[in-house]
Ligand binder design. Structure first.
Ligand code: ADP
Ligand code: ZN
Length: 443
């Protein structure tokens, strides 16, 4: 599948990336004790850990003792706003970031200088592992500001020594010009923005051979394997899945290596658990569940056993690249993304998986739910490719029916399907907003 010739695997920090599991676990235990120590300086954990009978780092005798620590939720972080989770003196803090607020009020994370350096090094590790070097030109087409994706990748890119163009998100015409003027070889964007870029390239008549693009880092929102393939084929590039969340620094938590068989989660920086969100017990190895993370590489805002709500599972076995850190399966969304339509559970990712695999479907789509009397009505609006619109031998109605039937087979609900011209559905500069739930909230 790779469009770029695979190079020898390269490691940013070989000692840590290929660390034998036993050593890695010893490192984790030592760091966990440090982090528990830091956390006890925050009002929130002083109370929480005391309730759990943990008075100090000495109470953590093995990695299994992590189970004695209570979970932390987004709700807790919101309650602790603004300084309830700050573990170092304010004058040692050099930066703050906030989450995007996709599911409610944003939360704030603080960084010391050492925290920023450690975070930068994790992002550099991810970038370098995809085959990028200091000779690359990196256009960071993602929102800068409080969102961690902008500055996180910016610093990581500079650390690798690449020429970093802080273009930010949006304005495709200017993005193309920058690519052409400076010979951009790698970009970072949301997958939805990359699809939009491809549509715009066609529309604006930008020739593929006028740009040197080879790779993209795509993340910040869920996307299917078919979407990755689509971006790779349309743009003739290699796409690497990038996962992170502001509570755990931002990007640089988990990333694909050149094997693209799952995202290595950096276990020298995080303790990883996957739990059943109902029972809160670990899921059997390999099964999907909710990702729970403890950050080991940050002192200013320690967060223990954070319930990310993100759904994933471990990829079994070792990766051929030689890294010893476990791999996560593609994150399909959050447990709270689930829609209940006429009593049936549907994840937006199920819909994406179906429609992005169909070649007639264009690069953007939207899911709408409304009340129709007492029932819910699900409408899937998809763009169709310009070729499909022009090809009058295939009536649009037949395509619509095909999409409807395929969707119904997968989600069991009978959706309404609307076809829209390429480029006509709304595009978001940050994370894509794919679902519009118009049902009254009090029902
Ligand atoms: P918010 O939680 O407000 O969206 P963040 O900006 O910190 O704030 O976003 C982190 C979230 O974005 C993750 O918890 C996850 O749900 C989603 N996310 C990030 N990268 C990916 C990815 N590669 N695949 C799927 N989801 C992702
Ligand atoms: Zn690997």
């Amino acid at each position: 599948m790779a469009c770029v010739t695979r190079m020898d695997y390269q490691y940013w920090n070989e000692k840590f990336e290929k660390m034998p599991r036993r050593e890695l676990e010893a490192w984790q235990l030592e760091r966990l004790r440090d982090v528990v120590g830091y956390s006890l300086r925050t009002p929130f954990y002083q109370k929480r850990l005391a309730e759990a009978g943990i008075a100090g780092p000495g109470d953590i005798k093995s990695l299994a003792d992590i189970k004695r620590i209570p979970f932390t939720t987004k709700h807790d972080l919101r309650d602790g706003f603004p300084y309830g989770f700050l573990a170092i003196p304010k004058d040692e803090v050099i930066r703050l970031h906030a989450s995007s607020g996709t599911t409610g009020a944003p939360t704030t994370i603080y960084f010391s200088r050492d925290d920023i350096n450690r975070w930068t090094s994790f992002v550099a590790r991810c970038i370098y592992g995809t085959g990028c070097t200091k000779t690359d030109v990196f256009q960071n087409m993602i929102t800068y500001g409080l969102f961690t994706g902008g500055l996180g990748f910016h610093f990581g890119g500079e650390e690798v020594g690449m020429l970093v163009i802080p273009s930010g998100a949006g304005n495709t015409t200017r993005q193309f010009r920058l690519m052409q003027d400076f010979g951009t070889t790698v970009v970072h964007a949301t997958p939805s923005f990359l699809l939009h870029v491809e549509s715009k390239m066609k529309e604006e008549g930008v020739r593929r051979d006028s740009i040197k693009l080879k790779r993209a880092f795509a993340g910040a929102e869920p996307y299917s394997e078919d979407t990755r393939r689509r971006i790779e084929e349309l743009l003739h590039i290699d796409v690497y899945n990038s996962y992170g969340l502001s509570e755990m620094n931002g990007p640089g938590v988990a990333f694909e290596c050149q094997e693209k068989t799952g995202l290595h989660i950096w276990e020298d920086g995080y303790i990883v658990e996957i739990i059943d969100p109902e029972t809160l017990e670990p899921v059997p190895e390999g099964e999907r569940g909710e990702l729970v993370l403890t950050i080991l590489c940050r002192e200013a805002t320690p967060i223990l056993r954070y319930r990310t709500r993100d759904l994933t599972g471990f990829v079994p076995g070792p990766c051929p690249c030689g890294r010893t850190h476990r791999r996560l399966r593609r994150i399909t969304g959050r447990s709270d993304d689930m829609l209940i339509v006429n009593g049936v559970n549907v994840f937006p990712s199920q819909i994406e998986e179906v429609i992005m695999a169909m070649k007639e479907v264009g690069n953007n789509y939207l899911i709408e739910i409304e009340k129709d009397g007492v029932l819910d009505r699900l409408t899937v609006k998809t763009e169709v490719t310009a070729e499909t619109f022009m090809d009058d031998t295939r009536p649009l109605n037949a395509i619509k029916e095909k999409i409807r039937r395929t969707l119904q087979a997968s989600i069991t609900i009978n959706p309404r399907v609307e076809l829209h011209e390429s480029g006509s559905l709304p595009v978001s500069e940050g994370k894509a907003v794919r679902v519009r739930d118009r049902r009254p909230k009090d029902i």
